[in-house]
Design a binder for this molecule. Structure first.
Ligand code: KIV
Length: 290
């Protein structure tokens, strides 16, 4: 008798590493809620990130800086419930890991225990290598993130492509090597020239996941509302839109409003019926509705 299982095997960090070894591109998308996570998971995406980009694309904030641990835990738990196969990562928000190693370990553990993620992502290079090492040493897998790191937007003087000079390119490579040496299982490269993305990807043993870092990275990540055309406050050059959901959603909301206003909704097929006999008994007990 053959036994079939409904749940496909979960993607592990070994699978992600094996993809790099075999030269197979790794796919990653962000998710912040249960239904979107379910659809991304069903589409066979390798990794799902609950990014702190949720501050902007879900909560309407100006930056990722005000995002808190409690927000991350709540969104991670919702995404966990929709994710059966993909490897799930949660972002550590601004100031949840920068002050002390104890805090970094405690907050990383919260994302695993309360949020149900498989790994955490930390922004920063060599200066936070010690933090990455400490988190990895307590048994929590870490993804690094260097380049145009949104949590450091103030120090970078705005959202600017990084690594465009010999010095800054060398520094970025050093940061990437420091993150790898600290034990990260992979690293996001954001907002750097494509040629530098390729060079760093070749120098590292761990997989690089690019966002605005060119096709030479080992994998790609994008912010899901960007590819769905749901967040049009700002669309970076590196985004490829795959849908225009804001247009179809707005049209659906308008059609619903019109149906309610004209009485076209609800129609008979949307209503619950009751037998005439029971209804006359109710009417005689309660009186008519007019
Ligand atoms: O917060 C986020 O969504 C991210 C991705 C852009 C990599 O960090």
């Amino acid at each position: 008798m053959s036994v079939t299982t409904a749940t496909p095997p979960k993607v592990t960090l070994h699978d992600v590493q094996a993809k790099k070894t075999r030269g197979e591109p790794i796919s990653m998308l962000t998710a912040y809620d249960y239904p979107t996570a379910m659809l991304i998971d069903q589409a066979g995406i390798d990794m799902i990130l609950v990014g702190d980009s949720l501050g902007m694309v879900v909560h309407g904030l100006e930056s990722t800086l005000p995002v808190t641990m409690d927000m991350m835990v709540m969104h991670c738990a919702a995404v966990r419930r929709g994710t059966k196969r993909a490897f799930l990562l949660g972002d550590m928000p601004f100031m949840s890991y920068q002050l002390t190693l104890e805090e970094a370990k405690r907050n990383a553990a919260r994302l695993l225990v309360e949020g149900g993620v498989d790994a955490v992502k930390l922004e920063g290079g060599a200066p936070i290598a010690g933090t990455i090492r400490a988190v990895v040493e307590v048994g929590i897998a870490v993804q690094g993130h260097i380049g145009l790191t949104p949590q450091s937007v103030s120090a970078m003087g705005g959202f600017k492509v990084q690594g465009k000079t010999v010095d800054t390119a060398r520094r970025l490579l050093d940061h990437a090597l420091a993150v790898e040496d600290a034990g990260a299982f992979s690293i996001v490269l954001e907002g750097i020239p494509a040629k530098l993305g390729t060079l760093i990807s070749r120098k590292l043993h761990i997989p690089t996941i690019g966002i605005g870092a060119g096709g030479g990275c080992d994998g790609q990540v994008l912010v899901t509302p960007d590819i769905l055309g749901l967040y049009d406050r700002f669309t970076p050059k590196f985004v490829k839109p795959y849908a225009k959901l804001s247009e179809s959603m707005r049209a659906a909301f308008e059609a619903y409003r019109q149906d309610v206003e004209t009485g076209a909704f609800p129609a008979q097929e949307h209503e619950y019926s009751i037998s005439d006999e029971v209804w006359s008994a109710i009417e005689s007990e309660l009186g008519g509705g007019d």
